[in-house]
Design a protein around this ligand. Sequence first.
Ligand SMILES: NC(=O)c1ccc[n+]([C@@H]2O[C@H](COP(=O)([O-])OP(=O)(O)OC[C@H]3O[C@@H](n4cnc5c(N)ncnc54)[C@H](OP(=O)(O)O)[C@@H]3O)[C@@H](O)[C@H]2O)c1
Length: 195
Amino acid sequence: MANPESRVTIHMAASLDGFIARKDGSVDWLETSDEFAGGRTLDPGFIESFLATIDCYVMGSRTYETALRFETQGFGWTYGDKPTFVLTTRDLPRKRETVEFHRGNLAQLVNERLRPAFRAIWFVGGGMLSGECLRLGLADEVRYSILPILIGDGIPFFDKLDRDVALHLAEVNAYTSGVVELRYEVRGRIAGTGE
Ligand SMILES: NC(=O)c1ccc[n+]([C@@H]2O[C@H](COP(=O)([O-])OP(=O)(O)OC[C@H]3O[C@@H](n4cnc5c(N)ncnc54)[C@H](OP(=O)(O)O)[C@@H]3O)[C@@H](O)[C@H]2O)c1
């Protein structure tokens, strides 16, 4: 049964032209050197307490493979000890007990498994899974962190949206790093558009 207090958030960082990775999957451009004097500073204590409010993560297999690569390169596992659900049809390496693999019906996973058990459910990419999440009407909120860079081409934030999705701008924050974070509430899909 759905938990009315549960909330599905899609969060990713993207270039100003709307890409979450280059075509080859690289995210080297995520580190930028911009400075915005009027921006907010993110202190590590705030980040830590904010991350503590997230109850579980959901991601596509390609994002999982990127996370594993980062770990191999010595950057650690980004998702702490939070339950992490990975969508895949393949047999991928399972390196920690908090990771669970799923295939198939995403709506069933979210509505029957995740919503009853977790309040803050975070979809953290990639574009393919985020598109599926929105197409199925599963997301309550979209958090879009725009980096001060244009990369020209790449993997889009949302893959293959088949209709318009109306949003409500709920929050805007600009940081000293030049990153702007937009938080939108999903008002719903607009029937009949894009078909
Ligand atoms: N900038 C950011 O914040 C950010 C965030 C996340 C990711 N990224 C980048 O984005 C790239 C990955 O994005 P992406 O759009 O290519 O891929 P993705 O969404 O991470 O993964 C797509 C894969 O997920 C699996 N999948 C999706 N829905 C499924 C379902 N219902 N059932 C079973 N499996 C399902 C399929 O994998 P199988 O083929 O295994 O079945 C599919 O190929 C990476 O380069 C990553 O680094 C960037």
